[in-house]
Structure formats: C-alpha cells, structure tokens
Design a binder for this molecule. Structure first.
Ligand code: ADP
Ligand code: MG
Ligand code: MG
Ligand code: MG
Length: 413
C-alpha cells in the first residue's frame, strides 16, 4: 500500500481505510460494508480492533503516538509497531506456534494485522477467576527456553545475531519505560508512583536498603547493556492468552536484546503476585488454587531447564562454548551448561523480585491486586509480595531453584 501520513484508526474509519488490504479481505470478507469493528484494547499503550465479517475475524493493532494510560502529555514513538512486528516474526521462527501469525504490516500507519485468537482469554483474568490452563507450564517453559537459546550466540551465527542486535537497538523509548518504571521508580519517591495505603513501612525499608538498591541497579546495568538474546520484554500474565488447554504469547513491543533470564523472571513474578492475591479472590478456597499456581511456577522453570539443556546438546551451533572446546576433545560440556544456567537463574530471580516491587509501587499496577476492594486486605497481601520480592533480590545468587522460591512464598501465609 502507498505510503501515507499516520492517522489513528477508529471503529468508524477502519473499514474504509483498510478495505483494500488483501490480508484483511481474505480473512474477513471482500465487502468492508459488511465488516463489524470493535475496539478491545485494554492495554496501556495501543489501539486494538477485532474486525469481523462473513469469512472470519482478524486483529488490527495500531500504535498511538502517546501513552494511552496517561494521555498525549506522554508522547511515545510509533516505531514500536515496527519492533513488535519484527519480534513476532522471530518468535514464530524460534518458538513455532507460540504467537499469533502476522497477516499484514504497515510501517507508516504503525499497524499490524494478525490472527484473532479465540476463544483465548487473557491469562491474568483466568488467574484472578481461579481457572486452570492445561499445558501452561510446558508451553511457557519451552517458549522462554527456545527464544532465549535460539536468539543467542549459543545458536545464531554471530553476523546474524549482531545485525539483529543493531536492528532492535533502535527501540529506545520503549525499553526506557522499563528502565524507569520497573528498575528505578519503585526505589525512590518518583512522581508517577502510587501505592496502597498501609505499605509505607515496607516501602521505606526498601528505599533504605542500599545493598538491595545496588543489586537492582546492577541488574538494570545488565538489562541495558547485556545483549545476549532477544527478550519479549513484557512477559506478564496480561501478555499471555489461553483457552482451557492452549496458550499463545502476544504484545512483544518491549522487545530488545537483553539477559536470557529476563522473560522467565518477569513471568514468575506475575505468577507469584497471582499467588499472593488469591486469598482476596477465592477466600477460604484459595489454598488449592494457590497450590496449582506454585506448581505452574515450578514446572515452568523445570521445563525451561530441560528444554535449554536439550537445545544445548542438539543446537549449539553458535560461536559460544563450541564443541571444539568440549566434545571434540572427548569432554563433557554439561558443567558449562550448568554455569550458563546458573547465570540465567541469578538474573531471573533478581528480575522477579524487581517486577514484584514495581507492580505495587510505581505507575502500572496489576489487576490481581488492583481489584481487591478491601484496602486493608490488599495492603497485607501486597506487603507479603514486596517482602518476598526483596528476599529474592537479596538472595538471587544463592537460591537453589523454583522449589525454594515457592517454599519462601508459602512461608508468608
Ligand atoms: P497493548 O500493547 O496496548 O497492551 P496488547 O497487544 O496487549 O496491547 O492487546 C490488548 C488487548 O487486545 C489484549 O489484552 C487482548 O485482550 C486483545 N488482543 C490483542 N491481540 C489479540 C489477538 N491476536 N487475538 C485476540 N485478542 C487480542
Ligand atoms: Mg498488552
Ligand atoms: Mg500493556
Ligand atoms: Mg503492549
């Protein structure tokens, strides 16, 4: 389609403006006057439309030139759609079947047309409702391991990986949100912060803890300068859509090259927050479901390890840890894999603790806690979450694994 000046779509203008795009007409129907359009964006940043017609439905996601959550006082570059598009194609190649397929991309309009996932529901909603998803841990563990391994120089040719790093290095403003909201704001009195009344003693303990803040800043330095693999960058339970038995990952606009433990660490934090919030949503019945959530964390991490080790043994084609240094000399490379995994878990648990902090203390909170109406209950549950987060950051070098983390979570009840 010819290049045209960016203009935000609306429910009213979408059929006329996108009616000539084959990828949409072939998925929805040739006559745009028969399309029905619904705006469903529940995220903080973008417009998302479901476009339906006689043949079927597609999703149209369009970036807005500002942060939707805040308004046009906070501008944000449209180029993030370009990075989201390139992230989706790489995730589809590295972890087949894990993301919606892309049907069309228009860089000028900052829009992506993609497969409509149905009857998928955002996982965070399912977790609040107490619903289980079969195969969730295997899906998530494999997604994180495959994207981490196959996006790194354990697997990729260095020239390809370096050119990818340089492509995604242009995504500056979006990771900057993470650098501020996730890694920095929770630990000082930043302007956009807010937290539940009653948390003040825990908050001031965190801000008074210099060694903890040093560890968080070390992790930020690593996030900003360690380009070991392509990370999703925003892998919380609102970026996962599930049916009772299948799941997909969406919304990788925060993509960048970063530490291999970043995505799985953020993911585990969101399960831990679901865990801590459950007593307010399930009451006396919470315990069984909480046990399921912890089992998902343990199994996701176990699958991640197993899949990473499998890829190490079968797909180690990059310049790192070459067979010439190990297998070709009749030696075992398992100790090397152990060491790489230890570094991944160290970063993962540190990121996990930081994510647990920022969701209660800085700008963008999560519905798991936000939907708790009783502020006293909410403060008590959020305090547990903040304290475990601090323990994970402090102990990230010495944790024996997800089982130990889940035991620590249980100890807060
Ligand atoms: P944002 O970047 O603004 O957070 P998301 O990509 O997370 O936007 O999409 C916002 C919402 O739109 C999701 O929470 C989900 O409900 C819906 N959505 C997005 N992509 C799809 C899809 N491929 N299929 C079905 N629903 C989708
Ligand atoms: Mg989103
Ligand atoms: Mg969002
Ligand atoms: Mg997003």
């Amino acid at each position: 389609s010819p290049s045209a000046e960016y203009k935000a779509l609306s429910v009213e203008t979408l059929p006329a403006r996108l009616g000539g795009i084959d990828a949409i007409t072939s998925g929805v129907g040739a006559d745009p006057s028969q399309w029905s359009v619904q705006e469903v964006g529940d995220g903080n940043l973008n417009l998302v439309f479901i476009v339906s017609g006689p043949i079927g439905s597609v999703i149209v996601k369009q970036a807005l030139p500002y942060v939707r959550l805040v308004g046009d006082s906070w501008p944000l570059p449209l180029y993030r759609a370009y990075y989201e598009y390139h992230a989706l194609t790489r995730q589809a190649a590295r972890a087949p079947g894990s993301v919606p397929s892309v049907l069309h991309f228009d860089e000028d309009q900052a829009l992506i047309v993609m497969e409509f996932l149905q009857p998928h529901v955002i996982l965070r909603r399912k977790l609040i409702n107490g619903e289980r998803v079969e195969g969730l841990a295997a899906f998530l563990g494999e997604f994180c391991a495959r994207t981490a391994f196959r996006g790194s120089e354990l697997s990729m040719a260095s020239a390809d990986k370096k050119s990818d790093v340089s492509l995604f290095a242009g995504n500056v403003e979006i990771p900057a949100i993470t650098e501020a909201l996730v890694f920095t704001d929770p630990y000082y009195d930043a302007e956009m912060n807010n937290h539940t009344k009653g948390l003040e003693p825990v908050v001031s303990a965190l801000r008074g803890d210099v060694p903890l803040k040093v560890k968080v800043q070390q992790m930020l330095q690593s996030f900003a300068s360690n380009t070991e693999t392509m990370v999703h960058g925003d892998l919380h339970s609102g970026s996962i859509m599930s049916t009772p038995s299948s799941s997909r990952i969406i919304d990788p606009e925060f993509v960048q090259y970063g530490p291999m433990g970043f995505d799985i660490g953020m993911l585990c934090a969101n399960f831990l927050m679901a865990y801590f919030s459950q007593p307010a949503h399930r009451g006396a019945d919470a315990e069984t479901y909480q046990g399921w959530i912890l089992s998902v964390i343990e199994e996701t991490c176990a699958v991640f390890e197993a899949e990473f080790r499998r890829l190490w043994a079968s797909e180690r084609t990059g310049m790192l840890y070459p067979a010439a240094l190990f297998e070709d000399q009749g030696q075992d490379s398992v100790p090397a894999c152990d060491a790489v995994l230890a570094g991944i878990w160290r970063d993962a648990w540190c990121v996990c603790g930081i994510e647990m902090h920022r969701r209660c203390l800085s700008l963008a909170h999560n519905a798991d806690f936000e939907e708790i109406g009783d502020m006293t209950v909410r403060a008590r549950l959020e305090a547990r979450n903040l304290m475990l987060g601090a323990d994970l950051i402090r102990m990230c070098d010495n944790l024996s694994g997800a089982g130990a983390v889940c035991d620590m979570a249980r100890d807060f009840n």
